[in-house]
Ligand binder design. Structure first.
Ligand code: DP6
Length: 378
């Protein structure tokens, strides 16, 4: 038996900090946009055969240890909800990302959301699965639903009310687009898990943010989304990204996720909005230098034109490599007058165009990644 799911999200009100590390309970609520799984997502198959030995897992073609605390937490919770007696045997999981992992976009959010969706489907677990995905990776709980999703921090010690809730479905704001600017970066990343632990321990700004800033922003962000008010949505998104990175700088010793290119992108977006006379584009950055820009359809081509010229491909690459979406690139080329800023050549590796997407969805048997007779990846 096999079943598959997919998903990935970008937070517009950031989750940063846990009040309980084991159960993955956050110090503040957060809100994200689920991105289209067809452009940026994970595909996972899970199969069960009691005659197979142990639990095995392959990620992007490589066998990985399935015996980690986070995977075991997910298996234990699925087991408890499904009434299965023993999940230490007979499970095979195969997972691939449908975007280049070299981009540094490999996301624990889509990975665990997919894993839990696939296992939940396999063992016919009904009801909310976000509470389980949360125990794989905090941000993963928000990827269990499509559209606009909040993760309510909850109050209970057992985490039963720390769940994801859909604020609006993926069909709610069809004119909203996202451009992902994949920024070149050689530096070794500080993991989200480790980074937020240090921030909780040392940053007074983070404690203030969680108590005094985020609750009000959550209310305003939800309203901006319901009203499809881009100026309000964009301003809050940028403010919250900036405050998250400010708490990283306030961590001791400080953590830097943004680099010079990220900061140049921030300045570019502010200059673009200044010229437009209102907020027409918004940036947000997670625990790394890549930018996600939001823009409405009416301004998409203009933004793509500007951004691909301000952050053009390196000399050995063409715009075809840089802006892979044929339709959008053709429109950019039709505008004409495209002139690359040579100083910035190659600082952005490439640009992905995507939209708001759905939550994990079941795929057909044909799309299964597991050979059901051997239990090995196809
Ligand atoms: C900056 O969900 O990766 O992307 O719960 O320890 O697995 P763990 O952390 P993770 O943290 C994500 C942090 C963030 C902001 C966000 O997605 O809200």
């Amino acid at each position: 038996m096999a079943r598959e799911g997919r998903g990935s999200n970008i937070a517009v009100i950031k989750y940063w900090g846990k009040r309980d590390k084991k159960k993955i309970l956050p110090i503040n609520s957060s809100l994200s946009v689920t991105l289209s799984p067809f452009d940026m997502g994970t595909c996972t198959s899970a199969a069960y055969n009691p005659s197979w030995k142990g639990v095995k897992l392959w990620l992007n073609g490589k066998e990985e240890d399935a015996n980690t605390e986070r995977i075991q937490n997910c298996l234990r919770e699925i087991q408890a909800r499904s009434g299965e007696s023993d999940m230490k045997e007979g499970i095979r999981i195969v997972s691939t990302n449908n975007f280049p992992t070299a981009a540094g976009l490999a996301s624990s959010a889509s990975g665990y959301a997919c894993l839990v969706a696939a296992l939940g489907g396999l063992f016919k677990v009904e009801g909310d699965l976000s509470v389980i995905a949360r125990q794989g990776s905090g941000s993963a709980c928000r990827s269990m639903y499509g559209g606009f999703v909040k993760w309510e921090m909850g109050k209970e010690e057992d985490g039963s009310d720390s769940i994801a809730v859909q604020v609006a479905p993926e069909t709610h704001w069809p004119s909203l687009h996202a451009l992902i600017l994949v920024v070149s970066d050689e530096k070794k990343k500080v993991s989200s898990t480790g980074g937020m632990e240090e921030s909780v321990r040392t940053s007074k700004l983070l404690a203030h943010r969680a108590q005094a800033v985020v609750p009000d922003r959550m209310v305003r962000m939800e309203q901006a989304i319901k009203d499809k008010d881009f100026a309000a949505f964009g301003k809050l998104t940028m403010e919250d990204s900036n405050q998250f990175h400010a708490t990283c700088l306030d961590t001791w010793p400080p953590i830097f996720y943004l680099n010079d290119t990220s900061r140049a992108i921030i300045q570019f977006v502010h200059a673009f909005n200044e010229e437009m006379g209102q907020i027409c584009a918004a940036y947000t950055f997670d625990a790394g230098p890549n930018a996600v820009l939001f823009v409405e359809e009416a301004n998409l081509v203009k933004l793509a034109h500007r951004v691909s010229a301000a952050f053009p491909p390196s000399k050995d690459k063409t715009l075809e490599d840089h802006l892979a979406d044929d339709e959008l690139r053709n429109k950019v080329q039709e505008v004409g007058g495209w002139e690359a800023d040579q100083d910035m050549g190659g600082r952005v590796k490439y640009i992905i165009h995507t939209k708001v997407g759905c939550g994990p969805s079941a795929l057909t048997e044909d799309e299964s990644l597991i050979d059901l007779s051997s239990g090995l990846p196809k």
